[in-house]
Write a protein that binds this ligand. Structure first.
Ligand SMILES: C[S@@+](CC[C@H](N)C(=O)[O-])C[C@H]1O[C@@H](n2cnc3c(N)ncnc32)[C@H](O)[C@@H]1O
Length: 270
């Protein structure tokens, strides 16, 4: 698959996030820049994960609890980043299960593989690839999870058709993602750094649902969890003065962009 300019910008953004965290969040690092506690998941879920791995989380929700994973299942994580959701999923599916994390950014894969080795996790593998062209066999996955990644894709319809292809009949999708209620201002939509910051690529929940329906998903639910003020603030901070945001009301943005829990099923039975 040929990478688009959006892929290139997103990839560099997350490569930098991985490099930065390697320089200051390593277990033996002296800097305290990574000591923020992960409040997305319950303490119980994070109990077996070293603090520095648990705190490297760029997600917007808890797809693990949403997915209600069972021992023996095969799980795919779209945009696995530093690997935290894969490690939590690995615990749930146990030794008889298997977890595949897919990410396009080599620096993230390197980080995730190093953490897996350090934790001694053997039922997880990380593969390099695009969400729009998954390096995964058809009809092989019980549950696909993802945390704040589908919004980053320039071709979400292709992502959903790929997820549908790799799921077994009866398989499920359980993701946390950013969606919108209504359109985003043009100035935001045209900014590549706002795209990398998980804002500009977010689509209206109605369009998100329509894309899933088109490829064949059923039992689709989209449950808003919180208005994502933090993501909006962070993206705006990173943009700096690269784009003119004078015409954009930050308050309107806060009311448009939100995190949601999204579930769906591929028809059939497991
Ligand atoms: C916001 S981070 C989320 C990482 C992880 N899910 C988490 O919760 O910490 C997005 C990740 O998705 C990856 N990514 C974004 N778009 C992608 C695409 N089209 N194909 C593959 N990976 C992608 C990035 O490289 C990055 O690691």
């Amino acid at each position: 698959m040929t990478q688009t300019p959006i892929h290139a910008v997103v990839r560099e953004h997350y490569a930098e996030r991985a490099r930065k965290s390697d320089s200051c969040c390593a277990p033996d690092a002296t800097s305290a820049c990574c000591d923020t506690k992960n409040v997305i998941y319950t303490d119980e879920l994070l109990a077996t994960v070293p603090d520095d791995i648990a705190s490297f989380s760029l997600g917007c929700g808890d797809p693990i609890t949403l997915a209600a994973l069972q021992p023996g299942q095969t799980v795919l994580d779209l945009g696995s980043g530093g690997g935290l959701d894969c490690f939590l999923a690995a615990k749930k599916v146990g030794e008889s299960g298997h977890v595949i994390g897919v990410d396009m950014t080599p620096e993230m894969l390197e980080k995730a593989r190093a953490s897996a080795k350090r934790m001694g996790v053997t039922n997880v593998e990380f593969r390099q690839g695009f969400l729009e062209d998954l390096p995964v066999d058809s009809n092989s996955i019980d549950v696909t999870i993802s945390n704040c990644v589908i919004n980053l894709s320039p071709d979400k319809a292709k992502v959903f058709s790929e997820v549908f292809r790799v799921l077994k009949p009866g398989g499920r999708l359980a993701v946390s993602d950013i969606v919108t209620d209504g359109p985003l201002p043009d100035a935001i939509k045209q900014s590549l750094s706002m795209w990398a910051g998980c804002v500009a690529g977010a689509v209206d929940a109605k369009d998100y649902i329509a894309m899933m329906e088109t490829v064949g998903f059923t039992e689709i639910t989209v449950t808003p969890t919180f208005f994502d003020k933090e993501t909006v603030d962070e993206a705006i901070k990173e943009v700096g003065d690269k784009i003119d945001l004078k015409s954009v009301s930050q308050d309107e943005l806060y009311k448009t962009v939100y995190s949601a829990r999204i579930t769906a099923r591929k028809p059939g039975s497991l």
